[in-house]
Design a protein around this ligand. Sequence first.
Ligand SMILES: *Cc1c(COP(=O)(O)O)cnc(C)c1O
Length: 369
Amino acid sequence: MSEPVPYLDLRAQMKPLRAELDAAIARTLDHCSFCLGPDVAQFEKDFAQFCDAKFALGFNSGTSALHVAMRLLNVGPGDEVITTPYTFIATSWAISYCGATPVYVDIDDATFNLDPKLLEKAITPRTKAVLPVHLYGQPFDVDAISAICRKHKLPFVEDAAQAHGAKYQGRTIGTFGAVSCFSFYPAKNLGACGEGGALVTNDVSLAARAKSLREHGSTVRYHHDEVGYNYRLEGIQGAVLGVKLKHLEAWTRGRQRVAARYAELLAHTPLKLPTVTAGNESAWHLYTVRSPRRDELKKHLDANGIGNAVHYPMPLHLQKAYAHLGYKAGDFPVSEQASREVLSLPMFPELTDAQIQRVATVVKDFFRV
Ligand SMILES: *Cc1c(COP(=O)(O)O)cnc(C)c1O
């Protein structure tokens, strides 16, 4: 019996960093700045530089950063925000938390990202903003979406929770929209030892307001200018993220290596493999293949100890939480078909070539090729 291959192996990531992380956390324990503080401030500077952005602000999750992004654009009750139904639910929560309505637009079959060809038709006088996602680490069509947004004088926000360091036509994602939001959930490309997120922008006034909203709507202690939140990033997470950020580029190269190897080894299977739009670089958060026989393939991988996951089994317009929006099956056929066909294979920088080959062998065995 061959060794099982885990879907994700965070222990493999921790091992070489353990001494450095222990020391960084110990420093935080010594200086006792547990909410924001110098470790977060340093990480914010470093992460802004990583994104080629002027400002990065630490948040206690990607979801809270997205919520504040919507507040920055004054999204409120009666407003519509156009987004994709094919993403993690938190993208839509940010809109709902403001009392606004998510309006979905189907995805492009090749990239799983919001299809710009369908965007303009969804714009109404109530549309306040557009919220596309760089899904699985692959940049969305920034030029097409920016052009439509410019024409209709609408701001857009990048949900970059899966795409740290991805490149669109040579430029790192994160400053194309008014604001972009990242997640540092442990399984993301850059993960905290707990929850974390960031809001990135080049706009000085948006950055100042985001800073205030993150801390109870306050710039002067105990004076509150608007209803805010406790969305601060913890000091210990800032220290951890500072250590890990130094490795992010190497990890992304590791992910690219894994993706290239899968592409080679799985080329002659009936699977539809992920593609990256010419001129772009995916951050390869996930390696997601497609097959009409997904459920059988999943069982086969499970039975052979190959980790796998479905991202995502149900598009957002069909979720119970959004039943009141009145969508029905068939409204977004591309998203619905993707949700029936996708399967994510093990994808993390520490995967060895032997592990990748083992995954490929089990997949090929399923198709008998
Ligand atoms: C992970 C994720 C989020 C939410 O981030 P959290 O840090 O878990 O709150 C939002 N959008 C997408 C696309 C994500 O993958």
